[in-house]
Design a protein around this ligand. Structure first.
Ligand SMILES: [Fe+2]
Length: 214
């Protein structure tokens, strides 16, 4: 097993101010092999006495035991990234998607889970400067996705991928560009990982839709 150098230089942001800022009881932090800050906490704050009310009218987000959503990271050294997130942090492989870009060039996207969500992390083996490709938020209903798609169009936010359905997690989603340059995937209807899950491979990222724009 390869031990990324970053683990030995783990930061310890457990000052009272930092814990208060994050709303957790304890945490450590370190950098992944590409220098991305990773914070690991326990004892999150729960405020059930203040129910969430979406100002945009979203019926609800799928979080709880599935965490916030997922992130897709570009990894220049896929072996080092795999060693860090899988061997050290304990993420487990869900499946891979083989992307054949040209006849000569293809790559494997690797999808990892740490709870019932199909993937909380995906790794793209590309040496690109922007490490965060996109993050994903999952909502409770298909109408939530449709209303958000209308809001994106009304606000003239660049749509990056049209509405589509992914092959692996079955998420029905679209992708829009955030002001920071990376993308947000906004979706509904993903299937969960259970104890009978088996790793498979796919040849396409989407069953239908997700047509690249621009
Ligand atoms: Fe995604």
């Amino acid at each position: 097993m390869r031990h990324p150098q970053s683990v030995s230089s783990a930061l310890t942001p457990d000052t009272p101010e930092h814990l208060k800022l994050r709303g957790v009881m304890g945490m450590i932090a370190c950098h992944d092999p590409q220098g991305l800050l990773v914070e690991i906490y326990y004892g999150a704050t729960e405020r059930r006495e203040i129910p969430f009310v979406s100002p945009a009218g979203v019926s609800g987000f799928v979080t709880g035991d599935q965490g916030l959503g997922h992130v897709v990271l570009a990894a220049a050294d896929i072996g080092a990234a795999r060693a860090f997130y899988s061997d050290i942090l304990g993420f487990r492989l869900s499946d891979i998607i083989r992307m054949q870009i040209t006849e000569e060039f293809g790559m494997d996207l690797e999808f990892y889970h740490c709870n019932p969500r199909h993937h909380t992390l995906a790794l793209v083996p590309l040496p690109v400067p922007r490490r965060l490709n996109h993050f994903m938020l999952q909502v409770e209903t298909l109408d939530d996705v449709g209303f958000a798609l209308d809001r994106v169009a009304a606000a003239k936010i660049p749509l990056m991928n049209t509405l589509g359905k992914h092959t692996n997690d079955h998420m029905v989603s679209f992708y829009a560009q955030t002001p920071s340059g990376f993308e947000i995937e906004y979706g509904w209807g993903a299937r969960d990982i259970d104890e009978n899950w088996r790793v498979v491979r796919h040849d396409k990222t989407s069953i239908w839709g997700h047509k690249r724009q621009g």
